[in-house]
Design a binder for this molecule. Sequence first.
Ligand SMILES: Cc1cc2nc3c(=O)[nH]c(=O)nc-3n(C[C@H](O)[C@H](O)[C@H](O)COP(=O)(O)OP(=O)(O)OC[C@H]3O[C@@H](n4cnc5c(N)ncnc54)[C@H](O)[C@@H]3O)c2cc1C
Length: 406
Amino acid sequence: MRYDVLIVGAGHGGAQAAIALRQNKYEGTIALLGDEPDLPYERPPLSKDYLAGEKPFERLLIRPPAFWEEREVALLLGRHVASVDAEAQTVTTGTGETIGYGTLIWATGGRPRRLGCAGAELEGVHTVRTREDSDKMAAELPGVETVVVVGGGYIGLEAAAVLSKFGKKVIVLEALDRVLARVAGEPLSRFFEAEHRAHGVDIRLGAQVECLLGQAHVTGVRLAGGEVIPCQMVVVGIGITPAVEQLLAAGAEGGNGVDVDAQCRTSLPHVFAIGDCARHANGYAGGDAIRLESVQNANDQANVVARTILGQQAAYDAIPWFWSNQYDLRLQTVGISAGHDQTVVRGDPATRSFSVIYLRDGRVIALDCVNMTRDYAQGRKLITEGIHVDPARLADPSVSLKELAG
Ligand SMILES: Cc1cc2nc3c(=O)[nH]c(=O)nc-3n(C[C@H](O)[C@H](O)[C@H](O)COP(=O)(O)OP(=O)(O)OC[C@H]3O[C@@H](n4cnc5c(N)ncnc54)[C@H](O)[C@@H]3O)c2cc1C
């Protein structure tokens, strides 16, 4: 078996790479190989409306089933690539099947990090990355009164919002002194902490998990300091480890992810990498080598690779954007706030409709907009053009960001 383009990982990036190749009239053979049994589907609803039971799985599909056959994209699902031979241009699956490629696109995302303490493998301890994960959680929920969520990042907070809506008692344990500390400024963290508390969620900051308790099934969480929180479910949302060990073993450069250039080429010949697993120099992070974990990044990198394979000029320089839904709040983020030296709050958080604007050296580098789509749409230009703005005018909601962008 050999394909002109073999895509490993049938998630957001992998699916979009196949779609973009066919959209751009690529005529070679394409296979999309993934270790999950399902057709490519959207991951964000797994901690939002799919977990809440408000959206059926069929509506998560990135394309309807017939699409892949019509576009002649071979789907090799339920198969895990165990190794890559970059010289022979082959991959080998866990069952020993060898598949050849002309070009390999590595789009494997990452595995959720697990707790390193005792009890981490007990039943009732969940991570949220796949449909299977979300289904398992939902199936256990009827027998659950109290859930401990470990990690106050987006996925943990989204899960907490859904679980509290189900009437569960939810405790969020965050090791740092505020939620969303790695991705947002303090005003946004404090706003979301207050919102969750108003919905009855117990947010504990500076909380260190010592171990999980239970024989077969989890019965509680012991904190450093000795306090035990009884619970019937634990949800762990503490980030991912990029799934790149096969590429690194084959000689690709990388570490925390696999290193790629502006066309998403790895250091191995004929091998690209995209999405959560691809570490790239990002202009919106001051040129630093970073990985982004977002649908935008996976899709835009997939498009760059498709055009590069087709011999077109393309370079990854898309502005990062992201969203999160919690309760009736829609957060929309654009740009990268890391490295900011000033924060401006635009509007009153008490109205539940406001933006946090991040500046570096007097230029806007990112916005977090809560129920404020207008700022999100109009603020992009401030970032892309690197415009110097008076913070006092930015803070004034009567002055539109469009006006400030000129
Ligand atoms: C619960 C949740 C909520 C999220 N919410 C948002 C959001 O609101 N907004 C947003 O922008 N982003 C969100 N994200 C992040 C977003 O889903 C990811 O950034 C995106 O899916 C990355 O795409 P990808 O193609 O890199 O990886 P994935 O979509 O994870 O796809 C990778 C696929 O490769 C498979 N795979 C891995 N290793 C192998 C192997 N060796 N062989 C075969 N297959 C393999 C994996 O099982 C998986 O199916 C969320 C993620 C999760 C988990």
